[in-house]
Ligand binder design. Structure first.
Ligand SMILES: [Zn+2]
Length: 162
């Protein structure tokens, strides 16, 4: 952590507090020039493990969620900010519910929920990969229930799915 004023690395932390769910705001003072500055650090939840369908365990990786959403939103109108916001929401839910291990299935469901309200096409793309639709009928059922759902929440979704 280099001082933005003089570039020296020695500093002392004056104050630390949680800024958001997964980040810490630290007020620092440079030992060399005495100026104060603020840093934000992401809390990396390296302890979190993901339990996959085949019971194999792998370290939690935010980027996996992010890239699967980016893939699903390919050529759609989503901006990077919107996608990062979706990932933040999903991640916060995960860390609110679990502390050490999270089933991969739950992550998949959270991504589906988030995409459902965000972009129907991205949702269907993600769901078709994630649910591994065995045949056209299962796929059609999913789309049908999506459309019915849409009909019900028409006014609500108009705002969200522009
Ligand atoms: Zn300095």
């Amino acid at each position: 952590m280099k001082c933005p004023y003089c570039g020296k690395e020695m500093n002392k932390v004056i104050d630390s507090r949680q800024a958001e769910e997964n980040s810490i705001r630290r007020r620092r003072e440079c030992v060399s020039c005495g100026k104060r500055y603020t840093t934000y650090e992401r809390i990396e939840n390296i302890d979190m493990m993901v339990i996959k369908k085949d019971k194999k365990i792998e370290p939690y990786d935010r980027n996996k969620i992010r890239s699967s959403i980016i893939r699903s939103c390919h050529k759609r109108t989503a901006t990077v900010e919107e996608i990062d916001k979706l990932v933040d929401g999903i991640e916060n839910k995960i860390f609110n519910m679990y502390t050490k291990e999270v089933p991969a299935e739950l992550i998949g469901n959270l991504v589906m929920d988030a995409l459902k309200n965000f972009d129907s096409v991205a949702y269907v793309r993600f769901a078709s990969v994630y649910r591994e639709f065995k045949d056209v009928n299962t796929f059609m059922d999913e789309i049908k229930s999506l459309l019915e759902n849409k009909e019900e929440n028409k006014d609500e979704n108009k705002e969200e799915n522009k």
